[in-house]
Write a protein that binds this ligand. Structure first.
Ligand code: GCO
Length: 447
């Protein structure tokens, strides 16, 4: 059997986020983020785990990048912690925060690894939350200033920017059902407004890169598109799944790529629709260089009455990872890029995250034989390659995650790394999947 090959320019990488790995939560002038507050609320996070130390990457990035390099990883998606740069959200810049990321980028350069930098991966400065957080329009000015500051500081060395990570999660799940920080439960109107403010921040992120990013800079959003998968390949089921893709993702994608809220979204929202000011959509829909998708799972759809999409529930024994939400459904990496390209493309696509979470531990020989993760990644990548053959311009894939880290409300219990981390000793051990992924990168094929 011949291994499946990828195009020679394909970008292989790994992804992390500041809050989940850095630790040093109150070091060198960093202000608290909403997650530093939320994780201390009784019952909010599994086991009461905090982000105080995490993987201690703040003090160990040099060794971590040496290991990355050893594995042949040349592209690394990371995020900058807003409260390290502006402990109060805005106002005075924390020079020690700025210096930290300069040291980090120096080290990446030394190791020959290209940074892909997310401006915001959920760690809103608590000081801004105290002033209303994503509910108030002031957050947009604060973000614009933050984006300007980091692009000016690092623009000569960072050429790949991602504005925001998964708007849905930090608005809907942060302010709607309280599952994520700040753990608020607001009305639908308020939640829709948080979403609108986030879209405006995305626009400012794009603007900042255009203004201060310098030559060759590229920017895009990372969205967690919901991917409906046709239950089989009958044309009516494919058509139904595509209709479902539209209705599930239209709010974000129409706003960014068509410069408006879709009428179906506005109709459904009714009086709870967000308040929009003149000029908002010009900012929100400024052209981007690519779209990033974080895709882990999806659901099956078939054509119901008059072809309308019908979502099929998963039977209880359908295979999942140890995360209850993560049903294993490799075809999402086929249909996600395919539907997006047909509806909004062509635009270069990066899978900015995909991976699998398990509660695994090291075995007695000191190995982690994570064949479940390896099989998951391999099966998903096969589908991604098929989507590329069928016309989706997918340019890269970032595995979530480089190492086990803080999995938000699941704490340290849910391991997503291809490198095992012992949270007591901070010892890193590449798992079987890391060695396999190194071979994939080296051979540019699904070996
Ligand atoms: C997300 C975030 C990551 C998660 C990962 C696994 O999608 O929730 O971008 O920070 O850790 O997706 O759940």
């Amino acid at each position: 059997m011949q291994p499946i090959r990828f195009p020679s320019q394909f970008t292989w990488g790994v992804a992390t986020a500041a809050a989940q790995i850095e630790g040093a939560a109150f070091t060198d002038g960093k202000g608290p983020s909403v997650w530093d507050t939320f994780c201390r609320k009784p019952g909010a996070v599994h086991n009461g785990d905090t982000l105080d130390v995490a993987c201690d990457h703040y003090h160990r990035f040099d060794e971590d990048f040496a290991l990355m390099r050893q594995l042949g990883i040349r592209n690394y998606r990371l995020s900058i912690a807003w409260p390290r740069i502006f402990p109060n959200g805005d106002g005075e810049v924390n020079q020690r925060g700025i210096d930290f990321y300069h040291r980090l980028f120096d080290s990446l350069e030394r190791h020959g690894i290209t940074p892909w930098v997310t401006m915001f991966h959920w760690d809103l400065p608590q000081a801004l939350e105290d002033r209303g957080g994503w509910r108030v329009r002031g957050v947009v000015d604060a973000f614009a200033n933050y984006a300007d500051t980091i692009v000016r500081a690092y623009g000569s060395r960072v050429k790949r920017w991602i504005t925001l990570n998964e708007i849905f999660c930090f608005t809907q799940l942060g302010y709607g059902n309280g599952q994520k920080a700040p753990g608020a439960r607001e009305s639908e109107a308020v939640v829709n407004q948080t979403y609108h403010h986030a879209l405006l921040c995305h626009g400012h992120g794009v603007r900042a890169v255009r203004e201060f990013g310098g030559r060759g800079a590229q920017v895009g959003l990372t969205d967690n598109a919901i991917v409906p998968v046709p239950v089989d390949l009958k044309p009516e089921n494919i058509a139904a799944a595509k209709r479902a893709f539209v209705s599930e993702n239209i709010r974000t994608l129409d706003a960014i790529f068509r410069g408006r809220y879709a009428s179906a979204y506005l109709k459904a929202a009714g009086a709870a629709a967000p308040k929009v000011q003149r000029g908002d959509f010009k900012l929100i829909s400024a052209p981007t260089d690519f779209i990033g998708f974080n895709i882990y799972t999806g659901h099956f759809v078939r054509a119901g009455k008059r072809g309308a999409p019908e979502r099929l529930p998963f039977p209880s024994s359908y295979p999942r990872s140890d995360c209850s939400w993560l049903y294993l459904l490799p075809q999402v990496l086929y249909w996600g890029p395919k539907f997006f390209t047909e509806l909004y493309g062509p635009l270069p696509i990066y899978v900015t995250e995909h991976g699998a979470g398990y509660n695994e531990e090291m075995d007695a020989n000191g190995e982690v034989l994570d064949l479940h993760r390896r099989e998951c990644v391999r099966n998903y990548l096969r589908e991604l390659r098929a989507a590329m053959r069928d016309g989706a311009p997918v340019k890269g894939y970032f595995l979530w995650s480089f190492m086990d880290n803080y999995e938000w409300e699941d704490g340290y219990d849910r391991r997503f790394g291809i490198v095992h981390n012992d949270f007591t000793t901070q010892r890193r051990t590449p798992k079987l999947s890391a060695k396999w992924y190194a071979d994939v990168i080296r051979t540019n094929s699904l070996i």
